[in-house]
Design a binder for this molecule. Structure first.
Ligand SMILES: [Zn+2]
Ligand SMILES: [Zn+2]
Length: 252
């Protein structure tokens, strides 16, 4: 029985799958840009501001960025941890907004300002496409991200959006929370607020764990917040597709 070892929630992740996982494969142009991004432009104040304004990247590029960086850095995700610590701090400020017109305020606060940086850069990079073939292969290897996600799954599953996964829990990613706000259907903001505070606590601990004096202090729960933050900002479906593909490969 293939399904006997899966929890109900994992089976629903499988149902959330849309399209072929191959469609997510990073292109040479995407890998080329991400390679340079990882070499330092991630620390550029302008780039950081753009990422903060856009809540990271679009759904495709958020997961591809984590995928490619995991592969090149063997899951040493210091750059993304710092970026998302920044972004989630902003999310906490928005969600802590109190007073009248709460739905509208949340909607305005969570909207992205500006395009996805990778969408803007990559069309140019794809035209040049002069990246070394070995680097492309390395960037397209998703096994590090899958290992990282599998290892921390017991902790990030609780943060996975009920709409993205199709299992209808109250949990929402930013995009689906905005959809609820638009419909005026956020009945209880407290859960979302405490979830974001929890994400912030764990992504901060994960990010701090890269400091020399705090090395080794980050737990699997803290690491899981890396997945949780990307999922909250950009939606979860691409991750489910990456993991579903993995399950199928192992079962075949
Ligand atoms: Zn994009
Ligand atoms: Zn969602």
């Amino acid at each position: 029985m293939k399904t006997s070892k899966h929890s109900t929630r994992q089976i629903l992740f499988r149902e959330a799958k849309r399209g072929k996982p191959e469609a997510l494969l990073p292109s040479p142009g995407e890998i080329h840009y991400l390679w340079w991004y990882m070499q330092g432009s991630i620390m550029d104040p302008d780039v950081r501001r753009r990422l903060r304004n856009a809540w990271g990247f679009c759904a495709r590029h958020a997961w591809i960025a984590l995928w490619v960086e995991s592969s090149f850095r063997h899951s040493f995700l210091m750059g993304p941890a710092m970026v998302y610590e920044d972004i989630i701090e902003k999310a906490v400020r928005v969600i802590d907004t109190r007073g009248p017109m709460k739905n509208l305020q949340i909607l305005a606060g969570l909207r992205e300002r500006g395009n996805c940086l990778l969408c803007d850069m990559v069309s140019e990079e794809n035209k040049r496409n002069n990246i070394r073939p070995d680097r492309v292969l390395r960037g397209q290897d998703r096994s590090e991200l899958r290992r990282f996600a599998r290892r921390t799954r017991g902790y990030w599953e609780q943060w996975a959006c009920g709409r993205c996964s199709g299992d209808d829990t109250w949990v929402r990613c930013r995009l689906h929370l905005m959809e609820d706000a638009r419909n005026g259907s956020i009945s209880e903001i407290t859960h979302h607020r405490s979830m974001l505070h929890e994400l912030k606590k764990h992504i901060t601990a994960y990010s701090n764990g890269f400091r020399w004096e705090l090395r080794g202090t980050a737990t699997a729960h803290d690491m899981a917040a890396m997945i949780g933050c990307v999922g909250w900002c950009s939606g979860w479906k691409p991750l489910f597709r990456i993991l579903d593909h993995d399950e199928q490969t192992r079962n075949d």
